[in-house]
Design a protein around this ligand. Structure first.
Ligand SMILES: [Fe+2]
Ligand SMILES: [Fe+2]
Length: 159
């Protein structure tokens, strides 16, 4: 059985491939509308990925280290910054530098999560729990449980 951190690392691999594709298009001087459409695909995948991380992993860490944990707030800040750059590109208010900043920002974020944040999660949370939540967003019932915040917090706080 796969731990949620392993699943998200595999998603990072796909996101990095999409970023390579976007960078190739940027370097080859692709049209703005091509850059915009390519960035839109990356941003849609990253948005779902980040939401899953926030709803599950960030809350697991907050439950363990406290809601004010700087680890969580700095990662949330990075998610906001990346989403903001993505929205700027989608709005049409962008240049090559904006796309470059999006590429660099998301790659650095992925690096930090993969090598610092996920190992911390693996230390703080039991393997059993990490396996149990790995497919939660694919299971309808689980999303309902997650939207019932109190029940979800209760579940999270059980070790
Ligand atoms: Fe993230
Ligand atoms: Fe991530």
């Amino acid at each position: 059985m796969m731990k949620v951190t392993e699943r998200l690392k595999a998603e990072h691999g796909v996101l990095l491939m999409l970023l390579d594709h976007l960078e190739e298009r940027l370097k080859s001087g692709a049209d703005r509308c091509v850059l915009q459409a390519t960035a839109a695909t990356v941003a849609a995948a990253e948005e779902k990925h980040a939401l899953f991380e926030e709803r599950l992993l960030f809350r697991m860490v907050a439950a363990s280290l406290g809601p004010e944990s700087p680890v969580v707030s700095s990662l949330l800040h990075e998610h906001d910054r990346i989403a903001q750059l993505g929205r700027r590109i989608l709005s049409g208010d962008f240049d090559e530098g904006t796309v470059g900043a999006y590429l660099a920002g998301l790659r650095e974020h992925i690096e930090r999560e993969t090598h610092r944040f996920f190992p911390l999660i693996d230390e703080l949370v039991s393997e059993e729990k990490l396996v149990a939540v790995s497919n939660w967003d694919a299971e309808h019932v689980a999303w309902e449980a997650m939207s019932n915040r109190q029940r979800f917090e209760e579940w999270l706080s059980r070790s």
